[in-house]
Structure formats: structure tokens, C-alpha cells
Write a new protein. Sequence first.
Length: 379
Amino acid sequence: MKQYVQSHLKDMNRQVVYKLIKERETTSKAEISKITGISSPTVIKIVNFLQEKGLVVEVGEGDTAIGRKPHMLTLNSNWKYSAVFFLEGDFLSMGIVDIVGNVLSRKQMKVKPDFDFIINQISDTFIYQLLVENHLEMSQLFGIGIALPVIYDKNKQTIAGAPLVEDREEKYIGDAIAALEKKFDVIVCVENDANAQTLGEFEMSGCQPKDDLVLISLGTGMGAGVILGGKLRRGAHNMCGEIGYISFMESYVSDRKNPGYLEIGIGYKNLQEKYGIELADTKLIMPEDKKEQLLEYVASTMALCINNVIMFLDCANVVLGGKVIEMFGLPVIERVNKHLEHLCISGVKVKMEMSEDIGLVGIASLVTEKRIFQILTEE
């Protein structure tokens, strides 16, 4: 029993030191000991371990009023990288991300929204392309992250409710994950797309560890990610944030094999059919009167949804993202907030996502967290 406790404490101390170095960007051994309360000899031992693993490097000397100048420490962003993929309907974004969350490269393409097709492309083509384009060796890759517009059960390794990736029945994907891990000798993480965006926004926006955040994503489909007290909320059925199924019609019949009421109403495909828009356009080019109609339709519907969500969660930090939101830019944020002024008694105001990269950063953070945990708990 004593041996177990000591091992557990060692793992905890390593994680505390690593997280502090990450949060402060640069710090010293003395500062780590002072802030964490971990003894100086233990901090030295942990830092030496992190340096041996290549996770931490020295970046010169810091300032001090008296005595020897401390050697400053930071995470080694050049350690290794993850290859990440974010599917939003017909559009697949991909890139290389370091352990700090920097996106080295990002590109997007239109793809066939089919899980098997995309996994095969990742395995046979996309991984190699990303490595070549970023002048990286296979040995520099430690993980692969894949974000999908699905209901994902990570315990069963199944996806469901995925009409936007042509999978209408529950599908086991454990074999596909295992095949990727074996082929590239890396870890593989899969996540719901909105959850990945929310994790990326949480990290990029500088949220505090115990903060709340709701991110609503509107693109080919519609979904939300929910972080409460710094923890991603998945729900009893892994459906937390599946707001595309919110209905404003009592007679509407929901079916997990098809898009939901709200997703059908303001998802990209409906907007494309109704207004003739194209998400591939860098700017929304259409007659002003038609653009105004489209903006008002999207903003008013989004505001109703946001108000209902906020009344349940009472979260003050609400962010909008996704391709339809990016297409409009700040005008849709301003219009949604205008509607919320008379709808929402909490006075909440929504914000625009930090970057189009949040989905890639979010799924990369899961991959990095898993790999770092493995290292920090090594004997």
C-alpha cells in the first residue's frame, strides 16, 4: 500500500510541475517550488526527468535582485507533433500541431463525407502529405486526432447519430483506430467536432482552469460543446450539446438517424438550397436585401436557441463558431446579441470564436494530454 501511495504522489507531482510550466510559459525551479509547495530537491528531480524526456528545455537566465540568476524553463515546442483532422460536413481541415498548441500548418479540402473513406485517406495519403509538407520525419509524430460530427462513445468506441458522414446506424470504429495506431506507432484520439472546438477555444482564449464555456458551432450541421468547471461535459448518452435536435414544433418527430429540427432549419445545406450560398466562397457575395434576410433568419433562430441553452446552464461565456458563422463574421454576432437583449434576462452576450484553428487545437490537446500522461506516469 505504501509503495502505491508513493508512486501516485510522484505521478501527481510530475503533473503539477508540467502543468505549471505550461501555464506560465517560462518559469524557474525556485518559482515552481515556491508556487506548488513541492520541495526543491523533488522539483529538481522532476525537471531533470522532463528534460531527459525532451519535454522541457532551458531558455536562458531570469532576473533576480540578489544571488545567482535562475535558469528559466519552458516547454519544448519542437519535441514532437500530432497530425489532426477536423471534419465539418463536406469540409475536412487538417494540420500539424505542437505540444503547446501552435498550428504549424493548416489546409482544407472538400471531401466525401463518409467515415471509411476519410479514415482510408488519412491512413494512405494525408498523414504522409502533412509530414512532407512540414519537413517532418515519421519519428516526430506522436499522435493522430480526428474530430467528427458524430455522437462518440469513447468507452465503446462507437459513433452514432452521424447522418452528415453517411453513417445512420451505430458503428464500431475500434478496429480502425487500432489499425492507425499500429501502422504509425502513435496514439489516436477521436472526438465529437463541437467538443473539439470547445476544447480549442478554452485553451486559446486563456480560460481559467475552473471556468465555464459553451461553444455553439453552426456549419454543415449544428452542435455545441459544454465545459463546466473546467471539465468537458459529455452526458449520460454522450449527447450533451446535440442542440441540432432542439425543436420548436410540438408535432416534429426526431430521429437519431437524420439531422434534427434545428440542424435542418439553419444548417448549411438548407441555407444553400434556400439562399444559394456557397461555403467555399471566401466572402458572402449576394444582393444586400437577400443577405439581410439570410442574416436575420440565422441570427434570430440562433438567439432563440442560445437563450434556451443559457437558461439551463447560466453560463456567461458563450462563443459562436463554425463555417456559417465564419462566413458572416462579426455582423452575425452583433445581430444575435441584439436579439438576446430582449430574449435573455441574464444579459449574456456571445463572442466570436478565437480562430478557425480551434477545432484542430482542441483535438490536438486531447492527443497531447493522453501522451503526456503516459510519459508522466512512467516508472
